[in-house]
Design a binder for this molecule. Sequence first.
Ligand SMILES: Cc1cc2nc3c(=O)[nH]c(=O)nc-3n(C[C@H](O)[C@H](O)[C@H](O)COP(=O)(O)O)c2cc1C
Length: 199
Amino acid sequence: MSKVLVLYYSTYGHIETLANAVAEGARRTGASVDIKRVPETVPQDIAKNAHFKLDQAAPVATVAELANYDAIVIGAPTRFGRMPSQMASFLDQAGGLWAKGALNGKVGGAFTSTATQHGGQETTLFSIITNLLHFGMTVVGLPYSHQGQMTLDEIVGGSPYGASTIAGGQGQRQPSQIELEGARHQGELIAKTANKLFD
Ligand SMILES: Cc1cc2nc3c(=O)[nH]c(=O)nc-3n(C[C@H](O)[C@H](O)[C@H](O)COP(=O)(O)O)c2cc1C
């Protein structure tokens, strides 16, 4: 079975929750799945004052270990419609892996969170997907086999480009059941694809 890394950055925990759901879906396939975060770059005292969620259990990833996985699923909340500097800084350090072609042919995908429904979900996903394509990776999104994204009965994240949630202006909304199922579904599809390619 393939080795899958769910790599995320989360300030307030919404992406952390989605990352766990992506991993849960990937594990359904028998793949071996690790969840890791990228390093926080905001000074500890500022992070504390701004009520960052500082008790996240996932270990911090190193850039070099990206090469050890068959699939890498990247989750990050939006910052002004694109990925946060914490994730961009981490990926910017992967130039050496890119130069060696160490990530070519791996499977990847993206998931995100925004405060508002139209606050940049798709552009943020594409800022991650662009990076994955430059790495030479095969991108798997969230197809309409996740039917929950079609609903008009409630506010819902998720699009063909990847799983997502809407956190609310104060972070008061948590990922809904439909959004969590979307994240599981995307994780499962990515792991299934990697299992086929690398088993
Ligand atoms: C500097 C900054 C910029 C942000 N820009 C946006 C934005 O453009 N659109 C939006 O909907 N939310 C924006 N947000 C809200 C975050 O995306 C939101 O807090 C995040 O999705 C919650 O995910 P997390 O709990 O995993 O950190 C911004 C937050 C910060 C701190």
